[in-house]
Write a protein of this length. Structure first.
Length: 718
């Protein structure tokens, strides 16, 4: 133990990460600086059993390590799937430590090396992981300054730091680098007074636009994904899949598959897999398994699902209440009832679920395309009966997730087969498997009763959402008598869905914003008021007013009553602490029902924007992806049988669809940073529906707004 300047020296205590013992940790990192500091409030995954609860570590070692060459490894349990945190986290770490951004190396999604994390979803990286990471860096910087003052023999107040070099302000030749201070040392120390993280006025890197650090790797094909983790003796696996989610295996004859040279058949109960060193041979073998099934199908399909959902929604949860609905009705000259629907939607990532697994010396390592490495580690440990510290999950780049790569069944399958065979195993789902096993965005229904007086002031808002959840169900408008109620859940009452459902980019908010913003435009049209003016008339929230006015200026909007024939649409909303507003222009072919989105403007108030370049990319990506759930994306099914299992039957947005996109991020550097990965997608349904109405006078109540549904709506108005 060595005393190292101000503060008090403490023993190291435990420096174990989950799954990585102290002695192994130091072997992995080699020489460097290790600083222990006191805990802050931790985040816990409370859904886990008590014995498996894990929290964000307080140990400095969990977040960063300064190597002898001056490089800084930044450790995070978050993963990179295109959202750009590989860059924004590096910006924050570099700014807090005062090192060049190029010196920061991101180490992501490795359960042996990185701090515990519940998963990458909900736009929570910047909001919830970044603060403790920055606190760790701030304390490390302060301790390094103390060590520098001791080394240079001057007061700490006389020092400054630039690019990882501590310099005496009175003598610029008197200096020492972080690398020189940390070389071969382990420093166990904490501070009595915790330093503050930097104020936005001190940032040199945060707030500046930076291209994604992984961009060159990805466009040149050098980036590694789970499917690239191959070993000389890897076996490719194909697992027997049922034809329907309502199917149960009765019998299976694997004899024909077993006759194929080099094929290994694994069977444990209903789990049957064929493996071969050649993927094509495994593909040939799986179709030779003669399987028989019994079927217990739900009597529902994509046309009857909404009636079914309304019947099964036994649970009721009052989310918000204000005033009195009866009073609101009495004060309303006009009352409008509407019912909105959205269909099941697939995640459809470019990279299907993939995992490689290898077992050595009793420890299994899994490279998985997953958004949740640590929960996957826990699942594998539990299902295989292997101690948690004997399971390592490592997540390379992920080729799109959008909420769909959370369960990660393929990782458990690969681990199970690697344990059984003793060989490295690759499980890479086919596109058909990807669609079949997707946890779809749930089909949902929203019912709204709203009322207003003669001047267009909304007095009544009775909102009921079925199975989408309450994210984005906020009234947002200033309504004195407003109730919001959520109906139905996956865990109570009769079974609602014939297959798995789950989070889909901004879960629930797309559905709720579509319904709310469509209803607002219906009211505006009935009142004979321009839809932007109507919104501003019924708003008090200054942030929402700010993004609406900003997007109107960006678009060059001029007021007009709807339908004006111009094809202009407006929508606004909030998600993950960010306020967003859109205005779009569309052209509608009234003979074919085809919609061409001409241009979209989007303004966003997200507080301090860490990387403006990355945020603009996210906004553009959200707008593009949103066109799909607006216009074409929809799962067709009969009971548990999925009808569209490939891209020839499930249409994603194409380059020919892309509008001119204009974006604006409001300058709010003095405000805490908010989520940026999902907000710009939430308005797209309501935005395009309102634009179609303005162009044609036809109101669409169901997503997606296919040509057939558009023609039907136009026909109804004559």
């Amino acid at each position: 133990m060595k005393k190292t300047g101000a503060g008090k020296t403490v023993s190291s205590g435990s420096t174990e990460r989950a799954g990585l013992r102290r002695r192994d940790f130091f072997k992995l990192l080699g020489a460097g600086i290790f600083i222990i500091f006191e805990t802050w409030d931790s985040f816990e995954l409370m859904a886990l059993p008590a014995e498996q609860r894990r929290a964000l570590p307080a140990d400095f070692n969990a977040f960063l390590w300064i190597a002898e060459d001056g490089s800084v490894s930044c450790y995070t349990g978050k993963i990179e799937m295109g959202q750009g945190i590989i860059t924004s986290l590096a910006q924050m770490m570099a700014d807090e430590l005062d090192v060049e951004m190029e010196k920061v190396k991101m180490v992501m999604g490795d359960t042996d090396l990185c701090p515990w994390d519940m998963g990458t979803f909900g736009s929570m990286t910047t909001r919830f992981f970044a603060p403790p990471m920055r606190a760790a860096a701030a304390e490390a910087r302060t301790i390094l300054l103390q060590l520098g003052a001791e080394r240079l023999g001057v007061p700490q107040s006389q020092l400054e730091v630039k690019n990882g070099i501590i310099t005496d302000k009175m003598n610029d030749k008197n200096k020492v680098s972080y690398a020189e201070l940390t070389k071969g040392k382990k420093i166990e120390k904490h501070l009595d007074i915790k330093p503050n993280v930097k104020d936005y006025t001190q940032f040199k890197i945060v707030g500046k636009p930076n291209l994604h650090q992984d961009a060159r790797l990805k466009v040149t094909g050098q980036a590694k994904y789970s499917g690239d983790m191959l070993f000389p003796d890897t076996l490719f696996a194909r697992v027997l899949r049922p034809p329907s989610h309502g199917a149960k295996l009765v019998s299976a004859d694997v004899s024909e598959a077993e006759k194929m040279e080099g094929i290994k058949v694994v069977r444990e109960g209903d789990f049957i897999a064929v493996l071969h060193k050649n993927r094509d041979k495994a593909d040939e073998a799986i179709v030779k398994v003669n399987a028989e099934y019994s079927f217990d199908e739900m009597k529902v399909d994509d046309k009857t699902i909404f009636e079914h959902l309304l019947k099964t929604a036994s649970s009721v949860n009052l989310i918000a209440s204000k005033g009195d609905l009866a009073t609101g009705r009495q004060l309303s000259e006009t009352v409008i009832d509407s019912e909105f629907y959205n269909s099941y939607v697939a995640h459809a990532p470019i990279e299907p679920h993939t995992a490689a697994a290898r077992m050595e010396d009793g420890k299994i390592t899994v490279w998985a395309s997953t958004q949740r490495p640590f929960p996957v580690q826990e699942t594998i440990s539990r299902e295989l009966g292997i101690p948690l510290e004997k399971v390592r999950v490592n997540t390379p780049f992920v080729g799109g997730g959008f909420g769909g790569k959370s369960a990660s069944l393929q990782a458990s399958e690969a681990a199970r087969l690697a344990k059984i065979t003793g060989k490295p195993v690759m499980v890479a789902w086919t596109r058909e498997e990807e669609f079949f096993y997707d946890t779809f965005r749930p089909a949902a229904v929203v019912k709204i009763t709203s009322g207003m007086n003669k001047s267009g002031k909304i007095n009544l808002w009775d909102y009921h959402v079925y199975y989408a959840g309450d994210r984005g169900s906020d009234t947002i408008y200033d309504v004195p008598n407003a109730y919001t109620t959520s109906h139905g859940s996956g865990s109570t009452g009769p079974k609602a869905h014939p297959f798995g459902t789950g989070a889909w980019r901004a879960p629930g908010n797309n559905t709720n914003t579509f319904a709310r913003e469509s209803q607002i435009n219906i009211l505006a049209s009935k009142a004979g008021i321009d839809p932007l003016e109507f919104r501003l008339k019924n708003l008090k929230d200054e942030r929402m007013i700010g993004v609406l006015k900003a997007v109107a200026e960006l678009f060059g909007y001029t007021p007009a009553k709807n339908p004006s024939g111009r094809g202009y649409g407006i929508a606004c909303g909030t998600d993950t602490g960010t306020y967003v507003a859109h205005i779009a222009e569309v052209k509608v072919d009234k003979k074919t029902g085809h919609v061409q989105v001409v241009r979209v403007a989007c303004a966003q108030d997200m507080g301090l924007c860490i990387n403006p370049e990355g945020s603009i990319i996210q906004m553009e990506g959200c707008i593009t992806m949103g066109l799909g759930y607006c216009l074409t994306e929809e799962i067709q099914f009969q009971g548990g049988k999925i009808d569209n299992l490939s891209f020839d039957a499930y249409e994603l947005p194409r380059f020919s669809w892309l509008p001119k996109i204009s974006t604006l991020i409001l300058d709010k550097k003095d405000q805490p940073p908010q989520g940026g990965g999902e907000p710009a997608i939430i308005c797209m349904g309501g935005l395009i529906a309102n634009a179609i109405f303005d162009a044609t006078g036809a109101r669409l109540f169901q997503l997606p707004m296919t040509p057939a549904r558009i023609l039907e709506a136009i026909k109804k108005i004559g």
